[in-house]
Design a protein around this ligand. Structure first.
Ligand code: SAH
Length: 219
């Protein structure tokens, strides 16, 4: 089948519909999350040579040693962070390709996304602009420190694996706010959901995941 970047062949809406059907079978229930993933043309977020594989349930390279997460993981993290509610402010750590950013942007008022590799941040910014997604603010920084200027956030989505939950991020979570973050434990990673309850944080284990590491400093 022909592959193009304008919605023909393997990159068409029908391919996305199949992806969404698969996500539903995998247990994703939030219709708004599924609708957002039906709309966002994921094949534009991967290298052109890989566009025909963009809707497979697999992580793919996006350059600079980084990867776009598999669709299931994006859906699951989005559902955990914002499912069933429509938060105003969400911070994402690890813009990468901007795909998770774009999905979040369909569901919340403003996404604040932080990326340590400037070239990735710029590419994502241009792509989202092309897609007419304007409710995103971008920072080139070490996201381990969050983005204090716009805190607190109703939700925080971390898309790189940390050794422990960064204190700075906990401090930037609004009361009732939710953070989803992959945490490395030896050679495994576990997705955690942290909920801010007054002065306490409730931490739940969700499921095993595989992410690139959260790296300190900027590149
Ligand atoms: N959400 C992305 C996933 C990208 S992979 C997507 O949908 O494509 C994780 C990203 O986190 C990479 O781009 C990596 O450069 C970035 N990253 C790693 N450590 C970081 C840090 N401390 N601050 C900000 N971004 C970081």
């Amino acid at each position: 089948m022909r592959v193009s970047r304008d919605g023909v062949g393997m990159t068409s809406r029908r391919t996305r519909e199949r992806m969404v059907m698969r996500l539903r079978r995998q247990g994703i229930r939030d219709q708004a999350v599924l609708d957002a993933m039906l709309e966002i043309p994921r094949h534009l977020f991967v290298e052109e040579a890989l566009a025909s594989r963009a809707y497979e349930d697999t992580a793919l390279p996006i350059g600079f040693g980084q990867t776009i997460s598999q669709p299931y993981t994006v859906a699951r993290m989005t559902e955990l962070a914002v499912g069933g509610r429509r938060p105003a402010k969400v911070m994402e750590i690890g813009t990468g390709s901007g795909y998770q950013t774009a999905v979040l942007a369909r569901l919340v008022r403003t996404v604040y996304t932080v990326e340590r590799i400037e070239a990735l941040q710029k590419r994502a910014r241009f792509l989202l602009y092309d897609l007419k997604i304007y409710n995103v603010k971008y920072a080139h920084n070490d996201g381990g420190w969050g983005w204090t200027k716009h805190a607190p956030y109703d939700a925080i989505v971390v898309t790189a694996a940390a050794r422990e939950i960064p204190d700075a991020l906990l401090q930037q979570l609004a009361p009732g706010g939710v953070m989803v973050i992959p945490i490395s434990q030896g050679d495994r990673q576990l997705l955690k959901r942290v909920t801010c309850r007054g002065s306490e944080f409730e931490v739940e284990d969700v499921e095993p995941v595989r992410f690139v590491p959260l790296v300190g400093g900027i590149g």
